[in-house]
Design a protein around this ligand. Structure first.
Ligand code: ATP
Ligand code: MG
Ligand code: MG
Ligand code: MG
Length: 482
C-alpha cells in the first residue's frame, strides 16, 4: 500500500467516525517554545490547554514533523527519520481511553478490503503506563484486555520515560499506551517491546492528555501543575513506519517515497545498496536528509547559522557530506536528488511541484558554498587528525576545532563527525572556551569602538569571571520531544 493511500485511509476512517480532517500545519511552529513541529498535537496545543475553544471536538490529521534530536539515529536504526509524518486522531474533551484504544486496534486490524490496514492481530503488542505493579494504568490495561481482547502476556508495562508523554517543553501531557508490530524472529529477541525495540517496532502512541506540565529542567524535572480542563486524546502514528510494515520492507528508508531518493543516490555515486554497512548508512542518511531539506525549504525555512535555519543547514550539509563519503568527489548531486524527492513526495504535496524552482535555488546554493568550505577545510582537518594520531593522542585539540570553525567555517558538529570517523574525539570544552572568549572579544571591540576607547581591560575582567560560559548552540536549536 502506497504512502498516499495510507494517509487517505487513515483520515477516511476517522472522518467516518465524526472527526474533522484538519490539513497539516507548516513545519515552522507557531508555538514560540518550539522551532519546528515535532508531533501532530502541536497545532492543537491551545485546545488541550483550554486557552482556545476548538471549532470541533474531534479531529484527524497527517502532520509534517521534524525531530532534530533524532538526527544521529538516522540510517542506523530502522525507524528514525528527521522528517516524518504523524497520523493522528484527537479528542478535545469528547471521547477518552475507552474509545481511543478500540479505534486504533480496529483500524490496524480491519481487512484491507474494508478500508483498514489488514495487520494480523497476532502480530501486535501493546504497552501501558506503569512505574511498578502498584502505579499502573489499570484502566487502559482493562480496555485492551477485556474490551479489545488482547491477551495479558502481550500487554507490557512501561514507566515514566517511555509511557508518560510530554512535549519536552511546558504544556499538556499524560500517560500513554503504545501499539507495536512484531517483525519476527529474524529481527531480534522474543519477549515484546521491553525486550527488543528493533524487532518490535513502535507504530502508534495513544496519549491520554489529562495533565499540564510547567517549566523545569529535563523531561523528569517538569512538575505536574494539575489536571487539564478536560480529558483529551492525542494519538500519533508514524506514517513511514506503518508504510515499512505494509510494504514489507526492512526499514523506513526503503518505503516508496524515500527509496527512490536512496536508489538515485546509489546510482549517481555508483554504489550498490546492501553491500557495505557504512555505505548503506550514508545512503539512508542522504535519502532522509534530502527529503527533510526539501520539505523544510518548501515550508519557508532558509539555511542559516541559528535556530531553524541552522537545523536546515545541518541537514543539507550532512547529506552533501555523506555523498562525499560515497565517493561523489567534486560532483554536485543535490539538484538531481531534490528533483527525485519532489517527484516522490509530489503526490502527497503538490505544492512541492509549484515551488520546485525556488527549492532548487536554495539547495543548489547551499551545496555550492558548502563544497567550497569542505574543499579548503578538509585538508586542514586531515592534517590536524594526522598530527593527533602521530602523537599517539585520541583527542583533537579544542584550538584545532576552533581554527576549523573560525577560519574555515567548519561547524563543530562536522568536526565531531569527521573526527569520530577517524576514531578520534574532540576537546569540546576547549572549543567552547575559545568560542566564548571570541564572543567576549567581539563585544569588547564593539563597545570600544562605540566609546572610542580602546582600553578593554574591563572586558578582560568579565571574561575572567565568565570564561566558562556554556555552549548551548546545538541543543538550543533543536525542538526537543520524545
Ligand atoms: P521511538 O521510541 O521509536 O523513538 P517515540 O516514542 O519517540 O518513538 P512518539 O513521540 O511516541 O515516538 O511519536 C509517535 C509516533 O511517531 C511513534 O510511535 C512513531 O511511529 C513515530 N515517530 C516518532 N519519531 C519518529 C522518527 N524520528 N521517525 C519516524 N517516525 C517517528
Ligand atoms: Mg518510544
Ligand atoms: Mg512513543
Ligand atoms: Mg524517539
Amino acid at each position: 500500500m502506497e504512502s498516499a493511500e495510507i494517509v487517505r485511509r487513515f483520515l477516511r476512517f476517522f472522518e467516518e467516525r465524526g472527526h474533522t480532517v484538519v490539513p497539516s500545519a507548516n513545519l515552522i511552529a507557531e508555538d514560540p517554545t518550539l522551532l519546528l513541529v515535532p508531533a501532530g498535537m502541536v497545532p492543537f496545543k491551545p485546545y488541550f490547554l483550554g486557552q482556545q475553544k476548538p471549532p470541533y471536538t474531534k479531529a484527524a490529521s497527517a502532520q509534517k514533523c521534524v525531530r532534530t534530536p533524532d538526527i544521529d539515529e538516522v540510517g542506523k536504526t530502522t525507524r528514525h527519520a528527521t522528517f516524518f509524518q504523524m497520523l493522528g486522531n484527537f479528542s478535545f474533551g469528547d471521547y477518552f481511553k475507552e474509545q481511543a484504544i478500540p479505534y486504533g486496534w480496529e483500524l490496524l486490524t480491519r481487512p484491507e478490503s474494508e478500508g483498514g490496514f489488514g495487520i494480523p492481530e497476532s502480530k501486535l503488542w501493546v504497552t501501558v503506563y506503569g512505574d511498578d505493579e502498584k502505579v499502573i494504568d489499570t484502566e487502559a490495561r482493562d480496555i485492551w484486555h477485556k474490551k479489545v481482547g488482547v491477551p495479558l502476556d502481550r500487554i507490557q508495562r512501561r514507566g515514566m520515560v517511555d509511557n508518560f508523554w510530554s512535549m519536552g517543553v511546558p504544556g499538556p501531557c499524560g500517560p500513554c499506551s503504545e501499539i507495536y508490530f512484531d517483525r519476527g524472529p529474524e529481527y531480534g529477541r522474543e519477549g515484546g517491546p521491553n525486550a527488543d525495540e528493533n524487532r518490535y517496532i513502535e507504530l502508534w502512541n495513544l496519549v491520554f492528555m489529562q495533565y499540564e506540565r510547567g517549566p523545569g529542567p529535563g523531561k523528569e524535572g517538569y512538575p505536574i501543575l494539575g489536571e487539564l480542563p478536560a480529558k483529551n486524546i492525542d494519538t500519533g502514528m508514524g506514517l513511514e513506519r506503518l508504510a515499512a510494515v505494509l510494504q514489507g520492507v526492512d526499514n523506513i528508508y526503503e518505503i516508496d517515497t524515500t527509496y527512490k531518493i536512496l536508489d538515485r543516490a546509489a546510482e549517481l555515486t555508483h554504489t550498490r545498496y546492501g553491500r557495505d554497512a557504512r555505505a548503506d548508512v550514508s545512503l539512508r542518511v542522504v535519502a532522509d536528509h534530502v527529503r527533510s531539506g526539501v520539505m523544510l525549504v518548501n515550508d519557508g525555512v532558509m539555511p542559516g547559522n541559528e535556530g531553524r535555519g541552522y537545523v536546515l543547514r545541518r541537514i543539507l550539509r550532512r547529506a552533501i557530506r555523506n555523498l562525499r563519503l560515497l565517493g561523489a568527489g567534486d560532483d554536485r548531486y543535490m539538484h538531481e536528488l531534490t528533483d527525485t524527492a519532489i517527484a516522490a513526495l509530489g503526490e502527497q504535496y503538490s505544492e512541492l511541484r509549484t515551488d520546485a524552482g525556488r527549492i532548487h535555488t536554495v539547495i543548489d546554493a547551499e551545496e555550492a558554498s558548502f563544497l567550497s568550505t569542505l574543499r579548503t577545510g578538509t585538508a586542514i582537518f586531515d592534517a590536524a587528525a594526522e598530527e593527533t594520531k602521530r602523537k599517539g593522542a585520541k583527542t583533537l585539540g579544542g584550538d584545532q576545532a576552533f581554527q576549523l570553525h573560525d577560519t574555515y567555517g567548519f561547524p563543530i558538529d562536522l568536526t565531531l563527525e569527521m573526527a569520530a570517523e577517524q576514531g578520534l574525539s574532540v576537546d569540546e570544552e576547549g572549543f567552547r572556551r575559545l568560542m566564548a572568549e571570541q564572543r567576549q572579544r567581539a563585544k569588547a571591540d564593539a563597545a570600544a569602538k562605540k566609546s572610542g576607547n580602546a582600553d578593554i581591560t574591563a572586558y578582560a575582567d568579565i571574561l575572567g569571571s565568565h570564561g566558562n560560559s556554556l555552549f548551548l548552540g546545538y541543543d538550543m536549536v533543536s525542538a526537543e520531544a520524545s
